[in-house]
Design a protein around this ligand. Structure first.
Ligand code: GLN
Length: 380
């Protein structure tokens, strides 16, 4: 029997590979992005209470109405965005599932999708599973500056979607309002949609404000914005997120979502609906993670790693060219095996494997772990 792979180039994701390697070698795992601390006790208790109350069967397909209402309130409070909870919000099984549904709903064979690399490693395989073609604008270390005129050159009559991500995984850079204006100008008069991955919306530092497509007068009409409770409430394993888009786009999104997972975790949704009423829980996030970023940067002082600017997310990029000229994957493997700290090679976020000798550390860890990692990194 011959099996025809739809994704012949794809192996196991780098996040799984590096986490497994870290575990095998007992290394400190700063590779895959997840916190090593628990979500708030109160939130955990709410999940259990809802389970005991009987919220254990399927939730409505688009998500619990109360949760969608609370999200709409949060978006109004945070950004002044007016969102209709019934027709514009869909609760998903995490951000990655939402991304897959956006692509599934709007991209068909031969359709082109513009990716700005380095980007999260699910974008391209999602496009290729649907028979779409990824068209890439590749950014370079250390600035990772987007040349919007060059992005504009990539638009053709086959372009269906462009994917943006701010704050950005892995670069840690953010888009400014002017970037969204530049994108809006490029798309004016086209039918190109925008997938705006905003899962790190609250992890933004040094007084910056998150630039969301939801309040952009032009982009709002053509955008599907994606969010993640996992990033906001320290529970990436609960796999709950959501997609916000105008009614006509949400209608198509839900056609795919309902046959992909049907609905997301019911007790988690009920707990998030209760917990969202306490805005302090997420308003404190920029300060919380900025302290971690700065603590990790202090740990890196005296190493030969050169940190690149980090404006948001819980990722710190470092140039290691003063230490080695090995390919970044080999360097990460050796760092894990010989030095006891796991990181992600940034080449994994480029489809051509571009290697600028930059690796990504996740600093969503308790200070003791970051300090222990620092001690090991100072010996590299
Ligand atoms: N988004 C996280 C990261 O970039 C992990 C996602 C995953 O493991 N699939 O590390």
């Amino acid at each position: 029997m011959t099996i025809t792979s739809k994704l012949p180039q794809v192996g196991t994701t780098i996040f799984t590979v590096m986490s497994a390697l870290a575990q095998r070698h007992g290394a400190i795992n700063l590779s895959q992005g997840f916190p090593n601390f628990n979500p708030a006790d109160a939130l955990q208790r709410l999940v259990f209470e809802h389970m005991q109350r009987g919220d254990n069967q399927y939730s409505p397909m688009p998500g619990l109405p109360l949760l969608r209402e609370r999200i709409a309130e949060k978006m109004a409070r945070s950004y002044g965005a007016i969102i209709d909870p019934d027709t514009e919000i869909t609760i998903t099984a995490g951000g990655t599932q939402a991304i897959f549904c956006v692509v599934g709903a709007f991209v068909g064979p031969g359709d082109e999708v513009i990716l700005i690399e380095p980007c999260y490693d699910s974008y391209r395989p999602s496009v290729e599973t649907m028979g779409g073609v990824a068209v890439v604008h590749a950014l370079q270390a250390p600035d990772y500056a987007i040349d919007w005129a060059a992005v504009g050159q990539l638009i053709t009559p086959r372009t269906r979607l462009i994917c943006i991500n701010t704050p950005n995984n892995p670069t840690g850079r953010t888009l400014a309002a002017a970037d969204l204006d530049a994108l809006a100008a490029l798309l004016r008069g086209t039918d190109v949609l925008v997938m705006s991955d905003e899962v790190y919306e609250h992890l933004i530092f040094d007084g910056r404000e998150h630039a969301t497509v939801l309040t952009h007068p032009e982009l709002r009409q053509r955008s599907l914005a994606i969010y993640s409770f996992g990033k906001t409430y320290h529970n990436t394993g609960w796999k709950t997120g959501y997609c916000i888009a105008p009614p006509e786009l949400t209608r198509e999104f839900r056609k795919v979502h309902q046959f992909n997972v049907f609905s997301a975790n019911h007790p988690m949704q009920a707990a998030f609906a209760d917990f969202l009423t306490d805005a302090d829980q997420y308003l404190g996030l920029p300060a919380f993670y900025q302290q971690k970023r700065d603590f990790f940067l202090e740990q890196l002082r005296g190493t030969r790693f050169k940190p690149l600017p980090c404006e948001g997310t819980y990722f710190q990029l470092c140039d290691y060219s003063a230490i080695s000229d090995e390919p970044d994957f080999d360097f990460c493997k050796r760092l894990t095996q010989e030095h006891g700290v796991a990181a992600i090679p940034v080449s994994s976020f480029y489809s051509d494997g571009r290697d600028d000798k930059v690796i990504r550390f996740c600093f969503a860890k308790t200070d003791d772990v970051l300090a222990a990692a620092g001690e090991l990194l100072r010996k590299v």
